[in-house]
Ligand binder design. Structure first.
Ligand code: PG9
Length: 685
């Protein structure tokens, strides 16, 4: 009967939905139910029919419960890779002590011939490094800097170091070489050896030649692979490597502690997967780091004092054996290397401004059989692996990082790993001039008179009335300038608010090219300026500052910045009018003036000589520009504050230990302070 059609259909649909959604399809059951419903509605409902209907519902549920739904995630899943232009394999490679390291191997699918292996060992997650974006194309999954490896057909390998991410074993921060600081049977050099040995024996279609490349921590790992290297290792490219954690890389610079690194130590060593960032509840790092007495108190407050590596940092503030015996340049010095090396240095490296040049020099000293090449580019830390067109306010006129990778790095690698013929005219040293915005070439670094390419270093003197020039002040000139350094109001290292280095939107990578004008006028910063230049002045090498200074305290920090002051108006880049670009800057801690390993108090009011080797420069001061030097005693919170009163270990300083001091910089007679500028004459480039 037509009148019953609608409820009948509704009932049937309901039954159908229940069966489809919740239970296995059972057409017989469905038909049975529909028949009973038809009986209910069409043939006169009986109590028996309803009971039957109800029991069938129950029964249908019971049937499904007997066969529970399977896990939607399979035990393991192998993507359908047949159409990809590469194969992705994962291996747990056994080391000599049985620990297995997680390794990702990406092989181009149709290799025309056996190809070399390019290895990166990392504490930063081999999985994410080998899968930039999900794609069927090798060039897309690899980091941007690896684009040319993909087109050259290299086999690309990423490995988690011991104790990080998917690798087994224990993590030790920049694990020292086996010996006095490491009593185990393994270190990063043996792990590199064992890995390379396994790769050349197990990866199909490899040509028996391996290269290792990596940035920063990975750069340190690329250097460690050079110590007793595996014979298949043919080339190493350490980029901005961490080399000496006390003299000038991540942890200290000449004894001044880089306290912002607490975030790094926390993130890297609280968990194996580095998934616990340090949140401190401050927008401005300046306020955060000023909120405690010393860095030790801060470490206690956030729990970092329970982290073994943080404890080591606070127990080794001086350059004792802990630091000197693990400095990678020292470990490499004197070793005869057959492996070709290319050290890559960033001229605005906010993290490791010491390592690449120091390692290059150490390898050069050994005068070994391999070729040793140095590249210095206009980059922040790791920027040679990204886009190198600009940094902060500075635009370099082309993508300098891409140029480095395609015109310098790849031909060098192809030559060593593929016997590529091509143009082999790669200069031993290639340096970007950050003043002229052009690449220059040298035979050695620093360019030296012995190979006929450097002038005498030029002495740039601090002169009376805050002037700067190449003539030595007279003995009769005013003897000093002074300022009061107050640790309660330290000089910020950049304009506040200073975002934590890993915060979203942080511009940490640009801070070395920040305009220094906001600091020139502070009463606790001495600023010396030259006349306008009438001819270009080209510098290439490491400036050395010699300060004659005294303090009313018993310890003091000394910061020296070498600055290029731009003309007041810039036609092409208006934002650079009057800009004060820091081309090199460094800090030293007074207590280490006589010995890096045995600190001593500074005698109050006595003049001492402080020599500060500054990070490498490759720069032309152009006509119309002026030179500037700034001197100050705090640089906060990049560096911890010196209490300015001698206490044994500054990590233990309390709020009341910090005192104001009057600092004097001497500038005449026997105490004329000066900077040795590595001036390069025009004929050399
Ligand atoms: N600069 C970082 C680092 C290296 C080594 C030790 C600690 C920190 C890095 O970028 O890897």
């Amino acid at each position: 009967m037509k009148t019953w059609d609608t409820p009948f259909h509704l009932a049937c649909q309901l039954v159908h939905m229940i069966i489809m959604v919740g239970y296995s399809a059972r057409s017989a059951l469905e038909e049975g139910l529909c028949g009973i419903i038809r009986e209910c509605f069409c043939g006169g409902a009986t109590f028996r029919s309803l009971i039957l209907l109800f029991s069938l519902f129950i029964t249908s549920g019971e049937v499904a419960a007997q066969e529970p739904r399977l896990d939607d995630i399979p035990e393991s899943f192998q993507p359908a890779e047949e159409s990809w232009d590469y194969q992705r394999a994962e291996a747990m490679i056994p080391m000599r002590d049985g620990v297995k390291l997680y390794t990702v191997i990406l092989t181009p699918r149709h290799l025309p011939k056996p190809m070399p292996i390019m290895l990166t060992r990392t504490p930063y997650n081999a999985t994410t490094m080998s899968r930039r974006v999900p794609s069927s194309h090798l060039v897309s999954v690899l980091p941007i800097a690896d684009e040319l490896f993909a087109s050259a057909g290299y086999i690309r390998v990423f490995q988690d170091v011991r104790g990080k991410h998917k690798s087994e074993g224990a993590f030790v921060m920049t694990r020292p070489l086996r010996g006095p600081l490491n009593s185990t049977a393994t270190d990063e050099s043996t792990d590199a050896w064992d890995t390379i040995d396994w790769l050349v024996k197990n990866v199909a279609n490899n040509n028996g030649r391996v290269g290792i490349i990596g940035t920063s921590y990975e750069g340190y790992l690329a250097l460690m692979a050079l110590i007793d290297p595996h014979p298949a290792l043919k080339v190493s490219v350490p980029v901005n490597p961490m080399v000496d954690g006390w003299k000038g890389d991540d942890w200290f610079h000449n004894g001044a502690f880089r306290e912002v690194e607490i975030d790094y130590v926390y993130r890297q060593t609280t968990t194996r997967r580095s998934e616990l960032p340090l949140g401190h509840g401050y927008y401005d790092d300046y306020s955060y780091f000023l909120s405690d007495g010393g860095i030790g108190e801060l470490g206690e407050r956030v729990g970092a004092n329970r982290l073994p590596f943080w404890k080591l940092l606070s127990e080794h503030p001086a350059y004792d054996d802990f630091w000197s015996l693990q400095a990678t340049d020292t470990l490499l010095r004197g070793r005869s290397l057959k492996v070709q090396t290319m050290l890559v240095h960033s001229l605005f490296d906010q993290e490791d401004s010491y390592g690449a040049v120091a390692a290059y020099k150490a390898i050069e000293e050994a005068n070994s059989g391999g070729s040793n090449v140095l590249v210095l580019g206009p980059w922040s830390h790791a920027q040679s692996t990204l886009n190198g067109s600009e940094l902060g306010a500075f635009v370099w006129d082309s993508d300098t990082a891409k140029h480095f990778r395609s015109a310098i790095l790849q031909p060098f690698l192809d030559h060593v790993l593929l016997d590529a013929q091509g143009d082999q005219s790669l200069a031993p040293v290639t340096a970007f001039d950050t003043g002229r915005h052009e690449w220059t070439h040298y035979d050695v670094w620093p360019p030296s008179c012995s190979v006929g390419c450097r002038e005498e270093s030029k002495a740039l003197y601090l002169q009376p009335e805050h002037r700067l020039g190449f003539t030595r002040p007279l003995a009769s000139d005013p003897p000093y300038e002074e300022y009061v350094s107050d640790p309660a109001k330290p000089v910020p290292y950049r304009v506040r608010p200073i975002r934590p280095i890993y915060a979203t939107g942080s511009t940490w990578s640009q801070w070395l090219v920040d305009d220094q004008r906001p600091f020139s006028d502070r009463t606790d910063v001495l600023t010396y300026t030259s006349n306008e230049l009438t001819a270009p002045l080209k510098v290439a090498g490491e400036p050395i500052a010699t300060l004659f200074a005294s303090t009313t305290g018993t310890d003091a920090d000394w910061v020296v910045k070498l600055i290029d002051v731009f003309p007041d108006e810039s036609a092409s880049y208006p934002q650079l009018g009057g800009y004060e670009l820091m081309i090199s800057a460094e800090i030293t801690r007074g207590r280490y003036r006589e010995s890096l390993s045995r600190p001593t108090p500074v005698t109050s009011n006595q003049v001492f000589e402080y020599r500060i080797r500054m990070p490498a420069v490759s720069h032309t001061f152009l006509p119309g520009h002026r030179l500037m030097v700034q001197i100050q005693s705090t640089w906060f919170p990049l560096y911890d504050r010196n209490p300015q009163r001698y206490i044994e270990n500054i990590f233990t300083a309390k709020q009341q230990d910090y005192t104001k001091a009057t600092q004097r910089i001497y500038q005449s007679g026997a105490h004329a302070s000066w900077l040795e500028l590595p001036v390069v004459s025009a004929r050399q480039h």
